[in-house]
Design a protein around this ligand. Structure first.
Ligand code: LLP
Length: 426
């Protein structure tokens, strides 16, 4: 938990800001993101990639966490971003992110979304399947525009991670099969307005094993050669290779994580050609450990010999990852982080569902109502997967850095909950 310290008041500091003061000022639950750490990680990734592949580019996977302020922050680091929906694309464009540095993923983009992308001169659309290939070409024809594309492939790699976040196995909803992609590439090359530039894959997320990345790179290289052989009559070469994201981060102290340098080195071992235009798409690595969520402790229930539940004022509505993937988190008491552990408790959410838990079995000081609990490594896939379950308003988000704070997303209000409800007029 590298970017945290304790101040003279005995409170947890994140990005140089007092976590308890943040909770008092903005309320809880509260997402806090250390933007200095995000910038450092973005630059660290770029440096590692450029060391092995000077023509390479880092693309941030915005599904991990996205809002206007983050789009602006990443724009300053010169990274590219990928989006997976018209919504993410809309936010990116509204934040002034340059369209040519945007990649568009997704396994079922609508005609409306494809049109939005082509009209806005998006850098690259990653075509996932036959339906999309034909649809995109007709959209590009109609708009009389040439569109750069990649083809997404399911390379048949079973990455060692939770089955719900494996994506590169043969039995996957994503991408062309290894066999089908040759015909798809031929079709793309013959299409009037599609410019086939490269192939793409993403085999999964929170992957702790470097071998998965090495093997994926090897397989994708072979597929690239096969496609080029098939397209020999057209004298066609694939210029770019995009291997997706997936690096594991630390959720618990001592967790195995993968650094950009180790990751790129594993790819380089498989593909030792520094002239390659390699693209990689980390999401979680850039934002995951930079984020914490602050909660206020409320009720508790002690079942002797079984379990002590302590409830906080958020839950699966701001972090569904425990219920979805059995994710594990670490926490401390932000108002007395140095207090010794006294008992084993389980941190429950406030949603009406038994699976609404944030942490099972953690040793903490005796918690009392009003304590501020900080849960670590919540920067990725929490804000972006939050819901209004039980009509709980979604939390605010604050960026912190070098002792300065900035509210970048305000807390939802009860009035917000009625914005789309047409039956109730104020
Ligand atoms: N590229 C593509 C095409 C992806 O689908 C993803 C993530 C990434 C890049 C970034 O992967 P990362 O570096 O963040 O692992 N909701 C799940 C994670 C789903 C990941 C989906 N794709 C979770 O909370 O663990």
């Amino acid at each position: 938990m590298e970017n945290f310290a304790v101040n003279e008041r005995g409170h947890l500091l994140i990005g140089g800001c007092d976590a308890v003061s943040l909770a008092n000022e903005y309320g809880t639950p509260l997402y806090v993101l250390d933007k200095g750490m995000v910038t450092n990680r973005a630059l660290e990734f770029k440096k590692a990639l450029k060391k092995y592949y000077p023509n390479g580019e880092v693309i941030y996977a915005s599904k991990a966490l996205f809002c206007g302020a983050l789009a602006k922050l990443l724009n300053e680091t010169d990274l590219c971003i990928d989006v997976v929906s018209g919504g993410e694309l809309f936010v990116a464009l509204k934040a002034g992110f340059p369209a040519e540095r945007i990649f568009f993923h997704g396994n079922n983009k609508s005609e409306f979304e494809l049109e939005m992308a082509v009209k806005n001169n998006l850098g690259t659309i990653v075509v996932d399947n036959w339906h999309e290939l034909l649809l995109l070409n007709s959209v590009a024809d109609r708009l009389e525009k040439k569109q750069r594309i990649y083809l997404r492939i399911a390379p048949g790699v079973n990455a060692n991670t939770h089955v719900h976040i494996q994506t590169g196995q043969e039995d996957s909803k994503f991408g062309f099969t290894k066999d089908d992609v040759k015909a798809a590439a031929k079709k793309a090359v013959q299409s009037s307005n599609l410019l086939l530039k490269g192939i793409h894959c993403h085999v999964g997320s929170q992957i702790t094993n470097l071998d998965s990345f090495y093997h994926t790179a090897k397989i994708m290289d072979k597929i690239k050669t096969d496609i080029e052989a098939e397209l020999d009559p057209f004298n066609f070469k694939l210029e770019e290779l995009d291997l997706g994201g997936g690096l594991a981060i630390s959720y618990l102290p001592g967790d195995l994580s993968i650094s950009p340098e180790e990751y790129i080195k594993a790819i380089y071992k498989a593909l030792p050609d520094s002239s390659l235009k390699l693209r990689v798409e980390p999401g979680r690595y850039l934002v995951g450990e930079a984020g914490i969520t602050l909660y206020t402790v409320g009720s508790s229930k002690d079942i002797p010999g079984i379990r002590k539940y302590v409830a906080v004022d958020g839950g699966m509505s701001d972090n569904p990852r425990v219920a979805l993937y059995d994710a594990k988190y670490h926490a401390i008491v932000a108002n007395r982080p140095n207090a010794p552990s006294e008992e084993k408790v389980s941190i429950a959410g406030r949603c009406c569902e038994t699976g609404d838990m944030l942490i099972y079995d953690i040793d903490l000081p005796k918690l009392k109502a009003g304590d501020i609990l900080a849960i670590f490594s919540t920067g990725a896939y929490n804000y972006s997967m939050a819901s209004n379950y039980n009509l709980l308003p979604r939390p605010a988000m604050v960026f912190v850095s070098e002792g300065k704070k900035e509210l970048v997303v305000r807390r939802e209000t009860y009035e917000d909950l009625l914005l789309r409800d047409l039956a109730i007029k104020e």
